[in-house]
Ligand binder design. Structure first.
Ligand code: ADE
Ligand code: ZN
Length: 322
């Protein structure tokens, strides 16, 4: 049982946090056929490529400020119920635009949902604007410029998701430089679908404070030592990894090994309903499969709060809750 453990999350894609029930309601609202997206209470996908397609189709069900307010509010309230005190959501202006919504309206809706959840549950949150790797470097620069304009008070970070097996972080240096120069925290997906070389590539060209996943660094002991020495924080998402068959099962997941090697590592849900997980389930797996004690779980939350892209006053107030 981890219900009593305060939790913090650094890595959740908001369009990947849509419950099947909410997706059904949105499909009815906009009269969209989702028979090939959802079966009962399960999103339909069979590999990473079809997962990304399902993610895109789900995003297309959210078309107004209020749709996104409802999504952010329901998601944050659901994890607050599991003990979460802080959450960073990954958002994608490209997906909003594809659904006919301006990036400003998208952020205003999400911000309003976050405000409501804070009011009802006390959960704190920030927004990380992400570009999409397989949409290409020009679009990434546009997204970075938008993020750098500080379009919303809750935007504190910039990152990249998408198809890791495509291109190199070298193609995205300009985007990351723009965001970093604007004072945004930097994180990027690497070491999920691709191995240790991809993590090295991300470190060299994106110069992030955190890596989304990063767990395949385990394939290279020198890289693990480098991560431990430099204090780069990994946003591990074990449920997502096992669901996508990155690792066969939790017993073979390297969370514990990376932690024992001195790497700063956190627990996250990635795209929870797609991977049949929640933040609470991730903490429960860490307890049952990785042998984490209550004190170690609280320490994991502390690691997340120390690495959060948030002002120091808020950080200290959150840490004081542990
Ligand atoms: N976008 C949404 N979920 C993702 C994941 N797990 N990896 C890369 N990009 C994503
Ligand atoms: Zn992710």
């Amino acid at each position: 049982m981890t219900a009593h453990i305060p939790k913090a999350e650094l890595h959740c894609h908001i369009e990947g946090a849509v419950s099947t029930a909410l997706a059904q309601a949105q499909a009815e609202k906009y009269d969209v056929d989702i028979s090939r997206l959802i079966d009962g209470d399960r999103f339909l996908w069979h590999d990473f490529t079809s997962f990304l397609a399902a993610y895109d189709q789900t995003a297309g069900l959210f078309r107004s400020e209020e749709d996104y307010a409802l999504l952010a509010q329901t998601y944050l309230e659901s994890i607050a119920e599991e003990g979460a005190i802080y959450s960073e959501i990954f958002v994608s202006p490209d997906h909003a635009r594809n659904a006919g919504l301006s990036p400003d309206a998208y952020l205003n809706g999400l911000g309003e949902g976050m405000r409501r959840a804070r009011e009802t549950c006390g959960i704190e949150g920030r927004i990380i604007i992400t570009c999409v790797r397989h949409f290409g470097s020009d679009q990434a620069v546009d997204v970075a410029r938008y993020a750098a304009s500080r379009p919303h008070a809750l935007v504190t970070g910039f990152g990249m998701g998408g198809e890791e097996r495509m291109g190199s972080h070298a193609d995205f240096t300009t985007a990351f430089d723009i965001a970093r120069d604007a004072g945004l925290g930097i994180t990027t997906h690497a070491g999920e679908l691709a191995g240790a070389e991809s993590v090295r590539d991300a470190l060299e060209h994106a110069r992030p404070a955190r890596i989304g996943h990063g767990v395949r660094a385990i394939e290279d002991p020198a890289l693990v030592a480098q991560l431990a020495d430099t204090g780069i924080v990994l946003e591990a998402c074990p449920g997502s990894n096992v669901s996508l068959s990155i690792f066969d099962n939790f017993a073979s997941h390297p969370f514990r090994a990376l932690r024992d090697a001195g790497v700063k590592i956190t627990l996250n849900s990635d795209d929870p309903p797609f991977f049949d997980t929640t933040l609470g389930k991730e903490y429960a797996v860490a307890q049952s499969a990785f042998g984490m004690s209550d004190a170690e779980l609280v320490h994991t939350t502390r690691t997340a709060l120390e690495a959060a892209f948030v002002d120091d006053e808020t950080r200290q107030a959150l840490i004081a809750k542990l």
